[in-house]
Design a protein around this ligand. Sequence first.
Ligand code: SAM
Ligand code: SF4
Length: 330
Amino acid sequence: MNSEPITLVDNHDRAFPYLRLSVTDICNFRCEYCLPDGYHCSSKPKFLTVPEIRRLVTAFAELGVWKIRLTGGEPSVRKDFSDIIKLVSQTPGISTTAFTTNGYRLKDNAQKWFDAGMRNLNVSIDSLNQTTFHKITGHDRLNDVLAGVEKSLEVGFESVKVNVVLLKGVNDTSLDQYLDFVKGRPITVRFIELMQTGDNLDYFRKRHLSADVFRTKLIEQGWIENIRLNGAGPAVNFTHPDYQGAIGLIAPYSKDFCLGCNRLRITATGDLRLCLFGNIGIPLRDLLQSDGQKQQLQARVKKQLNYKKSSHFLAQGETGLIPNLSSTGG
Ligand code: SAM
Ligand code: SF4
């Protein structure tokens, strides 16, 4: 934990020790609910550079942030990804460095990223069936991704989680397969309800399903819902004495989901997003150009935090600025 006092607190008494930093919008996968047509960009995007990321992370760490998750797009497409890991994990005050990946480069790079200082990993695997995985992501890479997960356990990652977006008619009968998967592995599989974004309304209507379907099944099979610790994030976790791993459910449409919000987001071009589904993007990049701008940067972040709303308005279909999650970092 960061010994700095948490100074990022909003008007609803929520503290923000956790920052999700997107390092690129680019992705090589074409997940049906995210980038069904793949990544396209008309002009060459200019994502935050390593010195800009260093200034940003240093400023947030001094404001009490102790956990940083690198995300995207696919963060590992950046050639300087190991440099980014190193700088984040070595920033004073940052005790937890994590990333979210589609896993396509994991097998070959797990050791390198671990050596650079990465310790916590979320891998997205929406199906354990090869054909279904191929259909969802556009890539026949399930076996590579699974080999990457095994490699991560082998090299000693402290936390390995698997993200599964729950999709009606696609993977909603696969709970038992995932339970088998965590039986002998210290892995948490987290089922995430599909969220509506600017681009995926038709898909959302067809495939969205409440995570409650799995909740009932878990309880019937003897899984125990863990008490949520303060600041523990949005997942409701279940454990079972016969299983090494755990199961989590993330239900963004549930009542009170936003009460436990503990995170802020930075886009790959340096905008602060107060909420994944918010309508405001606050540019920070102009204050990342020299070390001497740190106090101005911190003052801007603190001022903007006053505008963070109590909740998203997803249930009313308001998806805010994002066309898809690859553009803000899911
Ligand atoms: N490319 C990396 C990956 O897929 O893990 C990191 C970025 S991705 C946007 C982060 C997470 O958001 C993934 O677990 C992905 O499945 C999830 N995600 C993307 N779009 C989503 C949506 N509309 N609803 C729920 N989860 C979504
Ligand atoms: Fe890429 Fe991740 Fe979006 Fe899939 S969910 S298209 S892997 S950014």
